[in-house]
Every structure is written in C-alpha cells, then in structure tokens.
Design a binder for this molecule. Sequence first.
Ligand SMILES: [Zn+2]
Length: 77
Amino acid sequence: MSSGRITPRAQRVIQCCTCHRVRAGDAWEIRPDIVDAVISHGYCPTCYEEALRRVKTVASETSTRQTGGRAAILATY
Ligand SMILES: [Zn+2]
C-alpha cells in the first residue's frame, strides 16, 4: 500500500481544516511559507470545540425531526 508520494525531505505538518493554521509544537500559527509540506488535516483546539458544538446542535435538531440519523447529520454538516 505504498504510494511513494511521501519523500524523505518533505516536511510533515498538521493543518486545521477550518482556520488553516498549522500546528507548531503546542501553538497553532498561520504559516504561508509552508508550501511543499505533506499536510494532514485536522482541527485546532479552537475549531474542534466549535465543530463539536455544531455537531451537537445538528444532532439534537435531527433527532427531534427523525430524519434518518447519521446520513442527515453528515449531509447537514
Ligand atoms: Zn482552526
């Protein structure tokens, strides 16, 4: 299952998929200079909390409407 796309010299970073900040140790920073890195997308702590809040809101709305559970949550979010 080796794709060969990850080169030894490529920098690996984790980027928030919402605010696009990049993890730098314990901090999250905007880094426009990082262009050739291997990027994994995730959530920074701030956006994670916001995403969790939105999912819970959608889930509670969906459960009261009885509109198909998980598929409805994914489609709405
Ligand atoms: Zn973020």
